[in-house]
Design a protein. Structure first.
Length: 156
């Protein structure tokens, strides 16, 4: 006796969905090409030249050099001052937890409501509240990490 006698057996004559068995191959290929063309036009609104150019080549040389040396100095000073990787993880966790739990869902809802236009006032207020709560949570996490560093408990 089969485990569920009321369900149809795969391969039996009685099927839930009927598909056209002999669809013209050219029609299927044309449908796929039309869908692919539409997807390509929606995905890219920039020219190939704009997509392939390198951003630093468009910058002024002085701005590029100052920003590169500034970032390099931050990395060097940080590697000298920071004694443990747990401090880095604490900063990363302050941003990541807040963003994943509160900020990203709020931003996704706001962008979706703006793009598709059907949102309610209550949900919009809730998304603003989630965004504010995420920023507050991030500020608390950063404050906690900075206080741990200043008290000497950071990473030791």
């Amino acid at each position: 006796m089969p485990p569920a006698p009321k369900l149809p057996v795969p391969g039996a004559e009685d099927a839930f969905l009927e598909f056209e068995a002999n669809a013209p191959e050219e029609e299927i290929r044309q449908s796929r090409m039309t869908t692919l063309t539409a997807a390509k036009s929606h995905m890219s609104m920039v020219t190939v030249e704009e997509a392939n150019r390198m951003a630093y080549k468009d910058m002024r040389t002085s701005l590029y050099l100052i920003s590169t040396l500034g970032f390099y100095a931050i990395v060097i000073v940080g590697s000298i001052i920071i004694t443990s990787v747990t401090i880095i993880f604490d900063f990363a966790a302050a941003f990541a937890v807040s963003a994943i739990a509160f900020i990203f869902p709020a931003l996704f809802y706001m962008r979706g409501a703006k793009r598709f236009g059907n949102s309610t006032k209550g949900y919009m207020y809730m998304s603003y509240a989630f965004f504010a709560l995420g920023c507050f949570n991030c500020a608390l996490g950063i404050t906690s990490t900075v206080l741990n560093i200043l008290s000497g408990a950071g990473g030791e």
